[in-house]
Design a protein around this ligand. Sequence first.
Ligand SMILES: Nc1ncnc2c1ncn2[C@@H]1O[C@H](COP(=O)(O)OP(=O)(O)OP(=O)(O)O)[C@@H](O)[C@H]1O
Length: 221
Amino acid sequence: MSILQMEQVSYQYAGSKKKVLKKINMAFEPGKLYVVVGRSGAGKSTLLALLSGLDLCTEGSMYYEGQDMKVLDRDAYRAKGIGVIFQGYNLLTNATALENIVLSMNISGSREKDKREYALRLLEKVGIDRDTAMRKVLKLSGGEQQRVGIARAIAHEPAIIIADEPTGNLDGDTEKNIMEILRSLAHDQGKCVIVVTHSKAVSKYADELWGLNAGNLVFLK
Ligand SMILES: Nc1ncnc2c1ncn2[C@@H]1O[C@H](COP(=O)(O)OP(=O)(O)OP(=O)(O)O)[C@@H](O)[C@H]1O
């Protein structure tokens, strides 16, 4: 049973004649790690904007848990349904790792009683110990920052995790680390994890590998 579905989805920017996504059919299931690989200009950012509910497709339909994205509350979808991980981490660098998570929990309206303890446990799960959690993000390595980024993305327990070039700034070993965490979120916690990247190296972690080429999404393996 898919959690997110795309049916004949096309996208055209306002004022442009070109379709940057072309009749995409795709069903994302829980418990799987999807990698979508595409070159610059292939339509990755556009696809991410649709998956994360920032924009609506101009043709076709998208469904989240069977509900048409055109009618569902996309603010609620963004706040509760998905967690997003960015290449540049997008953390508050002058705050500690712990503060980043707690702040994000406050913004998403978390009802957790002890947010601090919850955040510390979450950080531990992604390999950030309590000492590291107390340090300013500015003083953490890229790999550590991305772990914090992952903890933030999953703090509100979304069913879907969308990662935009999550290892773009990291070396090979750290990339492996981060991809293994993402894979474990899919396999051990049943999340639907979607990684969009131009990196072929990330492809090997995929349960399903898809290629985006000039707006066409094709199954690779
Ligand atoms: N606001 C816009 N108006 C018109 N065309 C756009 C707009 N934004 C992007 N495009 C075009 O849509 C196509 C896909 O762009 P998109 O940004 O989705 O690609 P991408 O795969 O994310 O590329 P990159 O990896 O370089 O960021 C490109 O041809 C781009 O020029």
